[in-house]
Design a binder for this molecule. Structure first.
Ligand code: FES
Ligand code: FES
Length: 204
C-alpha cells in the first residue's frame, strides 16, 4: 500500500499571498524516489545561495539543483512541476539569469550565485517591488506557478528595467500559468517598474 508521502498533492492550505511571494508557502508536497545507483559519486560542494556561502557534503553532482534547494536546504518556495524544463515552476536566478532548476545539475552551479524566491526580500523581510506588486494586485490564483513567475520577472527587470508588453510576454513565455493569470502578471511587472522608478528618484 502506498503511503501518503508517495502521493502528489496539489492541495494548498488557505494561507496568505504574502507568504506565497516570500516563498514561505509550499503548495506542493511530493515524493521523488531515487533511481540513483548506490555507487553514485558524491562530493562536497560549495554553493552561494541567497547571499550565503554553504558547504554541502555528500551530494551527487548530477542531482538537479531543485532537489537540493527543496530537499536538502528546505527552500520550498521553488516548485516542482513538470521536471523537464517546460513549465517554469522551478525558476531560480543563476547570476541573475532565469534558470530552470529542475534540470540543472547542482554540480554545474560552480561559483554562480543562486537566488531563490526566499532571497528576494530585504534583510528585514521587506518585500521587493515585484513581490509587493504581486500582493497588491492579488496576482496569484492557485499560486502554484507564481514563485517561478516572480523569479522570471526579476531576471527580466535586472536586464530591462522598463519592459513593454512584448518584452514581458517574450521573457516569461516559458513560465506557464494553468490558471491564466498572465494579464495580472503583466500588470504587476509594470507596477513594479513604476515603483522602482519612484524609489530611484527618491534615492538620488
Ligand atoms: S519543474 Fe522545472 S520547468 Fe517545470
Ligand atoms: S496561479 Fe495557478 S498555475 Fe498560476
Amino acid at each position: 500500500m502506498r503511503g501518503q508521502s508517495d502521493e502528489m498533492s496539489l492541495i494548498r492550505p488557505a494561507e496568505s499571498v504574502a507568504a506565497l511571494v516570500r516563498g514561505r508557502q509550499d503548495v506542493l508536497s511530493y515524493h521523488i524516489s531515487s533511481t540513483a545507483s548506490r555507487d553514485a559519486l558524491t562530493m562536497s560542494l560549495n554553493l552561494k545561495i541567497n547571499g550565503k556561502s554553504l558547504s554541502l557534503p555528500d551530494l551527487d553532482p548530477q542531482t538537479p539543483l531543485l532537489w537540493v534547494l527543496r530537499d536538502t536546504l528546505g527552500l520550498v518556495g521553488t516548485k516542482y512541476g513538470c521536471g523537464i524544463s517546460q513549465c517554469g515552476a522551478c525558476t531560480v536566478l543563476l547570476d541573475g539569469k532565469s534558470t530552470k532548476s529542475c534540470m540543472y545539475p547542482v554540480g554545474s552551479v560552480g561559483s554562480s550565485e543562486v537566488t531563490t524566491i526566499e532571497g528576494l526580500a530585504g534583510p528585514n523581510g521587506e518585500l521587493n517591488a515585484l513581490q509587493k506588486a504581486w500582493v497588491d494586485l492579488d496576482v496569484a490564483q492557485c499560486g502554484y506557478c507564481q514563485s517561478g513567475q516572480i523569479m522570471a520577472a526579476e531576471a527580466l527587470l535586472r536586464t530591462n528595467p522598463n519592459p513593454n508588453d512584448e518584452d514581458i510576454d517574450s521573457a516569461m513565455a516559458s513560465n506557464i500559468c494553468r490558471c491564466g493569470t498572465y494579464l495580472r502578471i503583466r500588470q504587476a511587472v509594470k507596477t513594479a517598474v513604476k515603483q522602482n522608478m519612484v524609489d530611484d528618484v527618491g534615492g538620488e
